[in-house]
Ligand binder design. Structure first.
Ligand code: 7RM
Length: 635
């Protein structure tokens, strides 16, 4: 019997040991007992990190949508698969049952086929968080086309780069999207992008906001009439285990985004197994992940992982601040959300607005709270624990990456005792290693180093689309025979991991290695601070000195910025030591962020270095406007 569902700490350790001692038997049992195959595999795993090449379940055949939809039809046909909550709270939520999802995906699959899309073709999906986004993803998977979802907040330039890199034949978009009180002209952005894309011959357009758009003759088609006429069933394409399922772009430290390629079987098994355990999903739970499907978190933990488990997964179209900062909590109460998964940046933004927004709503349905995307600072962790979970809902701080396909280091709620700011223990099947600068593995506890993974897991990305060499150089050359994550981590006295941030965020001040995250944590403890970011800048004596960008909530009546500056350095001195004191503290209205909420330290670093002639492409930022004001006020 496989331990598909881990229920206590002892079981976790038992399962973990088994997964390390005999990984092939471990994964084979899970694959066999919990998924639907058209043909069994010949070999569970073959791998060589020096090429690098990794294959799971070779010879096996399946279709992921049969696992995510068809197999639930008998037992859960009338259960809600996707619960759509619109941007406008007055518009009714939509419950799409597994039966209805099946019909929608089949109709869409037929439309794709009729418009020349075949197995292996790439389809770019540029849609807001509406049901058609999940349906189009699944329709691609059903016919074996490779989807490339581009977050619908990216610019025309960024979209064109991604369409061209993958040679997409089709784009699926909408007339526009709602975002709080605003609308965005998505079709216009697609039109601009396609000026520079040769490969696209069809654009399918969902009507969402009923705006006036220009439809290009011979290229653009409204989707709904095509769906209405399409046949309601579609026999899924039988795929090989290692066939690519999707491409998802992630930004690198330089230039061209990296198109991470994920496989079919390994990705399915890992996203499903982690979903079940990390969120302890039970049959009648209503699970909500606030990410966008344009990110890996949405792929794995809004679409594939939940649906493979027959879960009810919420898709929210709107933003946390509309119509006011109580929106998330209103939704939690309305749909009796049981698991809630969000990012530290959202938690900090909501905390900044005060608890009055929460107090109006009943949050007692919540059983598990999750966080992902960046290190969560201690203050935000406690705010989440105290005010959202009322200390009764364990927080799962889940560390993983676009490249890893699924959650890698995380507590198992109700089993693993949590510890603020710690992602805690590796998930079964994951073998982390901390490495030193000489490429040696650091043994024992109470150590820190560069985080690597020393054994393959089923959902690891197999390559970078069109550039295997870059895949090898980026992830498999820094350390021999290991996958290098790019993150630093420490292991505490009991073996818990804490992710300290990107390794390139380490700043050496007077010969001391200082991680930016612990310093930011300390600053964020100051009651007036909403958010902060630390970068280094050249210093004659220390080599580097620290430059802090700090956004304040409200410093209070009659208080002076200089007082706050002194208090911040006081807290840093207390928590880390005087070595980590900031030489410069600039107060800002906001920090430049990526669309997924990660602070863009690269830009802040350039400003601190007074090297602002070439800031690189800032058009893909969430808030490019803050950059100018930070530059104008730079110290
Ligand atoms: C899922 C996702 C990956 C990078 C990763 C880390 C950082 C993600 C955590 C975290 C500390 C966490 N994919 N990161 N989760 N850092 N604690 N729980 O975010 O490809 O967009 O980003 O995000 O640096 O390498 S991603």
């Amino acid at each position: 019997m496989s331990n598909y569902h881990i229920k206590n700490l002892e079981e976790y350790f038992q399962v973990y040991r088994k997964s390390v001692r005999n990984p092939e038997v471990f994964w084979e049992e899970i694959a066999e007992e919990h998924f639907m195959w058209r043909k069994k595999w010949n070999r569970v795993l073959s791998w060589d990190f020096s090429k690098p090449e990794v294959k799971w379940f070779e010879g096996g055949q399946l279709n992921i949508t049969e696992n995510c939809i068809d197999r639930h039809l008998y037992t859960r046909g009338d259960k809600t698969a996707i619960l759509f909550e619109p941007n406008n709270p007055d518009e009714e939520a939509l419950h799409i049952t597994y039966k209805q999802l099946h019909e929608r995906v089949c109709r869409f699959a037929n439309v794709l086929k009729e418009h020349g899309i075949n197995k292996g073709d790439r389809v770019c999906i540029y849609l807001p968080m509406i049901p058609e986004l999940a349906v189009s993803v699944l329709a691609c998977a059903r016919i074996g086309a490779i989807h490339s979802v581009v977050f619908a907040g990216f610019s025309a330039h960024a979209l064109a780069t991604r369409i061209n890199d993958a040679d997409c034949k089709m784009v699926i978009t909408s007339d526009g999207s709602y975002r709080g009180a605003k609308t965005i002209d998505l079709k216009g952005i697609v039109d601009d992008a396609l000026e520079n894309c040769e490969s696209v011959d069809t654009v399918l357009v969902v009507k969402r906001i009923d705006s006036d758009v220009t439809m290009k003759e011979g290229r653009d088609l409204w989707l709904q009439p095509l769906l209405d006429e399409a046949y309601v069933d579609f026999s899924p394409e039988v795929m090989n285990a290692e066939d690519p399922l999707f491409i998802l772009y992630t930004s690198g430290s330089t230039g061209q985004p990296k198109g991470m390629v994920h496989s079919t079987a390994g990705y399915m098994i890992y996203s499903a197994y982690t979903f079940k355990n990390v969120f302890q999903y039970k049959e009648n739970d209503v699970y909500w992940c606030t990410a966008d499907i344009g990110w890996i978190t949405g792929h794995s933990y809004i679409v594939y992982g939940p649906l493979a488990n027959g879960a009810t997964t919420v898709m929210f179209e709107g933003v946390p601040s509309y119509p006011d900062f109580g929106r998330f909590w209103e939704i939690v109460e309305k749909h009796k959300i049981t698991q809630f998964y969000t990012a530290p940046t959202a938690i900090r933004a909501l905390a900044k607005e005060g608890v009055e927004h929460l107090e109006k709503y009943d949050l007692s349905s919540l059983k598990v709270l999750g966080t992902v995307g960046e290190p969560i600072n201690e203050e935000a962790w406690h705010w989440y624990d105290d005010n959202v979970g009322k200390k009764k809902a364990p927080i799962v701080d889940t560390w993983w990456q676009t490249e890893t396909g699924g959650i890698m280091i995380t507590p198992i709620p109700f089993s693993t005792p949590t510890k603020p700011t710690y992602a805690t223990l590796p998930f079964p099947g994951i073998q982390p290693a901390l490495m030193d600068e000489n490429g040696e593995e650091i043994q024992g506890n109470q150590v820190d180093g560069r985080l690597c993974i020393k054994y393959p897991w089923p959902s690891m990305a197999r390559t970078i689309w069109g550039n295997h060499q870059r895949y090898k150089d980026t992830y498999f050359t820094a350390f021999n025979q290991m996958y290098f994550t790019g993150d630093g981590a420490l292991r505490d006295e009991v073996g818990y991991y804490r992710i300290t941030g990107r390794v390139d965020d380490v700043i050496i001040v007077s010969g001391h290695n200082l991680g930016t995250a612990p310093i930011e944590d300390a600053i964020n403890e100051h009651p007036a601070v909403a958010e902060s970011a630390i970068v280094g800048f050249p210093h004659d004596i220390k080599g580097n000195a620290l430059y802090g960008y700090v956004t304040l909530k409200d410093i209070g009546e009659g208080r002076k910025h200089d007082n706050v500056r002194n208090e911040i350095n006081q807290i840093i001195t207390e928590q880390i030591g005087p070595i980590a004191k900031l030489d410069k503290i600039q107060f800002t209205n906001g920090l430049p962020k990526t669309r997924s909420g990660k602070i863009m330290r690269r830009i802040l670093r350039k400003i601190a270095h007074k090297d602002t002639d070439n800031l690189g492409d800032i058009s893909t930022l969430l808030n490019p406007e803050v950059v100018q004001s930070i530059m104008d006020n730079a110290l």
